[in-house]
Design a protein around this ligand. Structure first.
Ligand code: SF4
Length: 374
């Protein structure tokens, strides 16, 4: 395989002194993440009150579908059980053709989806043209389907295989139909942690600069954090401080999505000493901290039902959360890691869970425009 060059990123910020210049803030967030017992319930209650002021009583969700177009990946993230090395033969297809992608897009339209979420491995057997053809194929099915596609790590990969700058990759993808991108591949934005859990992945600085570049071109993205493995509360706090810093500069994040570590089938848990995910109290401390610390700049804090399970996702609505994410229809990545909460939720299931929490269910689009109130 041809050796990949470094992705070409015009750096918009340098984080080398971030930890030193934000140490008081990081300390304060760390204390919030550590709250337990009665102190945690006080914190969740204050976060809930703030959520009412900042986002009201509506709980939003999007009707969307995932397309994970290839399992082949040159990466070796220790928490990933979805990827297979290029050249590996499996008994079922592991890479989708453009025809299969078109059929999935047609199914999404029939199911009433407003968004397709597109992510895949870093597949050395795909060329850059494939990504352009993928976007065109989906838009040829429906120009109204919002394409939420390609993590910063995939954008860096496209820069490597095309030898275009990240900025030119973004511009090219946008001109062929990319509408927004997922702020995944963030994991924990601390290089000491990244070196252990995803040693070949883009660095913190590269992730931040790719996201800032995308935002500067007018693309919105989500912001994520994968927690509950080997990271400390202080490292989670540093991650949150970096997200707030980006948002204060670009205002390009639509929401913050904490993603608890789904562990059973992962190398990180089985051989490298990771914790078996977060505890429920850790989840609630993070959601309430996110609302209290990020709420002013991120009015949307999302619970991922596919990672947390619907019951804990519902409880999180009392700890600062105002968004339930997407219906998904097909989900492969969490399921491969050992997730057991299924691949899809119907609108009716969302509506029941949200109403039972005493809140108002609202279907939204990717950019948080309201579509239907239930
Ligand atoms: S998380 Fe993404 S980049 Fe890492 S191994 Fe899995 S598919 Fe590849």
């Amino acid at each position: 395989m041809k050796k990949l060059s470094t992705p070409k990123i015009d750096e918009m910020c340098d984080l080398s002194s971030f930890r030193a210049t934000h140490q008081d803030e990081i300390k304060e967030i760390t204390q919030m993440l550590k709250k337990r017992g009665g102190e945690l319930w006080i914190q969740t209650s204050v976060a809930d009150e703030l959520r009412t002021q900042q986002s009201g009583d509506e709980v939003t969700f999007v009707v969307n579908q995932n397309i994970n177009f290839t399992q082949h990946c040159i990466g070796s993230c220790r928490f990933c059980s979805y990827s297979i090395k290029p050249g590996t033969v499996k008994d079922k297809p592991t890479r989708m053709s453009l025809d299969e992608i078109r059929i999935e897009a047609e199914k999404a339209v029939t199911r009433g989806c407003t968004e397709l979420c597109i992510q895949g491995g870093l597949d050395s057997e795909l060329d850059y043209e494939f990504y352009i053809n993928l976007l065109e194929t989906i838009k040829s099915v429906s120009s109204n389907l919002h394409i939420h596609g390609f993590s910063p790590s995939e954008i860096a990969f496209m820069s490597q295989i095309s030898e275009l700058t990240v900025e030119d990759v973004f511009k090219d993808l946008m001109s062929h139909g990319l509408d927004s991108f997922p702020g995944t591949a963030a994991e924990i934005l601390v290089d000491e942690v990244r070196r252990k859990i995803c040693p070949e992945k883009i660095s913190t600085n590269q992730w931040v600069n790719i996201v800032l570049l995308g935002h500067s071109l007018g693309l919105k993205s989500t912001a994520t954090m994968m927690y509950g493995h080997i990271e400390t509360y202080q490292e989670e706090a540093e991650h949150l401080a970096i997200l707030k810093y980006i948002q204060s500069n670009s205002k390009g994040f639509t929401e913050f999505i904490p993603l608890t570590f789904v562990y059973p089938n992962t190398v990180l848990y089985k051989y490298l000493g990771a914790r078996p995910s977060s505890t429920g109290m850790h989840d609630l401390a993070l959601f309430s901290t996110a609302r209290l610390y990020l709420g002013e700049s991120f009015s949307n804090i999302q619970a991922s039902w596919v990672k947390l399970g619907p019951k804990l996702a519902q409880i999180s609505l009392n700890a600062g959360v105002n968004d339930f994410g997407g219906t998904l229809f097909t989900e492969n990545i969490t399921k491969s890691a050992g997730g057991t909460f299924g691949e899809e939720k119907s609108i009716e299931e969302f509506v029941d869970l949200i109403r039972d929490a005493g809140r108002i269910p609202v279907q939204r689009d990717t950019m948080y425009s309201k579509l239907n109130t239930y």
